[in-house]
Design a protein around this ligand. Sequence first.
Ligand SMILES: Nc1ncnc2c1ncn2[C@@H]1O[C@H](COP(=O)(O)OP(=O)(O)OP(=O)(O)O)[C@@H](O)[C@H]1O
Ligand SMILES: [Mg+2]
Length: 250
Amino acid sequence: MNAPLQPGLLPAASPCTLEARLISKSYRSGRLQVQVLSELSLAIAPAELTLIVGPSGCGKSTLLSIISGLQNPDAGRVVALGQDISKASRQVLERFRLHHTGFVFQGYNLFPALTALEQVQLPLSYLRLPRREILHRAQEALAEVGLSAKTQRLPAELSGGEKQRVAIARALAKKPDLLFADEPTSALDAASGQTIIDLLHRIARHHATTVLCVSHDPRLIRHADRVLAMEDGVIHRDWRGDIRLLEETP
Ligand SMILES: Nc1ncnc2c1ncn2[C@@H]1O[C@H](COP(=O)(O)OP(=O)(O)OP(=O)(O)O)[C@@H](O)[C@H]1O
Ligand SMILES: [Mg+2]
């Protein structure tokens, strides 16, 4: 009989686009060294929306920044799209992020002086695409998030939910293999939050994008393909299938 699978991992030979192996991270706080991640391992399947949940301060954002290559772990390895990014140089990492990843944050990170269309076009210009292609992709991404009628609006002229949809369009227009979202719905009301998570789910399905979202918003649980629960620096539960049951579990 096979040994039970450790929470966070995938069965052998399953397709996997993102893998963290024995990741540890601690921060110094005054004279104390606080261990945030303790030999945490996980494997994420492609074309799915995986949600990592856990109490505030348990290390979700730290984990996300490490597995997306924004921050180095103290120990352990991160393999993204088959590439060991924990050993990559800064330049290689920047290229990797530019070409393969998209990010969505709680605070939207939009430029106040740019229209919705310009916000989405900007990262595409770094990809050195032809101007017509940039315009086409940006319009297409804004249409996909339902904002075709508001492409000329500035952030101040958009609601919170609309701002987050612009941020999603900006990430989507790059056609990323990996999409990372840190608390994308926390600042939004129930209806706008629902729209955002539906969009992230659709992106995973229709664009075969690996979507990894961290949040302490329990409303997101039922919309994920897989939920990983984090506590004390490790993944302690791994749930897929009838996720609704998880909501009823104390
Ligand atoms: N740069 C830093 N320097 C020192 N301590 C940090 C740093 N970043 C995070 N921490 C600490 O590490 C722990 C985990 O922080 P993290 O932001 O990863 O938690 P989180 O699970 O995302 O929390 P939340 O749900 O509130 O966003 C917290 O105790 C935090 O205070
Ligand atoms: Mg956080």
